[in-house]
Design a protein around this ligand. Structure first.
Ligand code: ATP
Length: 134
């Protein structure tokens, strides 16, 4: 049997996923990276974005709100502030969050407000990208 990867995605609130997969593509802070079985041990920071993985012919997508990825012994562990699979994402909530964030960016009075609003916008965009994928 071909080697596989155990993908685990955990947040402070819950275990989002624990699944045996063929390949993982994760949004690393320095760019997207791929993990196949036999990958060397590796630890990196993630940015807010889309994590993809494949099981056979099926491709699946998870919105990941930053965090860390560890690759060790054919296991990929993602520790994220929040993460949702495509079917878990409330699109109406994410659209509202995007509109709110855009408004806050336009009305920001200082750098902190601007930075926070920008982070909220990135989270909403990541969720919508995963949920509204064609
Ligand atoms: P909002 O302003 O809508 O709360 P947010 O980006 O501030 O969005 P987070 O702080 O990233 O939300 O997440 C808080 C919790 O809500 C987490 O458990 C996260 O998984 C969940 N969550 C946030 N947005 C959505 C969404 N659109 N669909 C499903 N779960 C969501």
């Amino acid at each position: 049997m071909a080697e596989k990867i155990l993908l685990e995605i955990v947040t402070p609130e819950r275990k989002v996923l624990s699944e045996t997969v063929d390949i993982v593509m994760a949004p690393g802070e320095l760019g997207e990276f791929g993990v196949l079985p036999g990958h060397i041990p590796f630890l990196c920071k993630l940015k807010v974005g889309e994590l993809r993985y494949r099981v056979g012919a099926a491709s699946r997508h998870i919105a990941v709100m930053g965090g860390y990825a560890e690759v060790l012994n054919n296991q990929v562990t993602i520790l994220a502030a929040a993460a949702e699979a495509e079917i878990e994402i409330d699109v109406i909530r994410a659209r509202a969050a995007r509109e709110r964030a855009e408004r806050r960016i336009a009305e920001a009075r200082d750098k902190l407000e601007f930075t926070r609003a920008q982070a909220a916008l990135q989270r909403a965009i990541a969720r919508l990208r995963v949920a509204e994928r064609q």
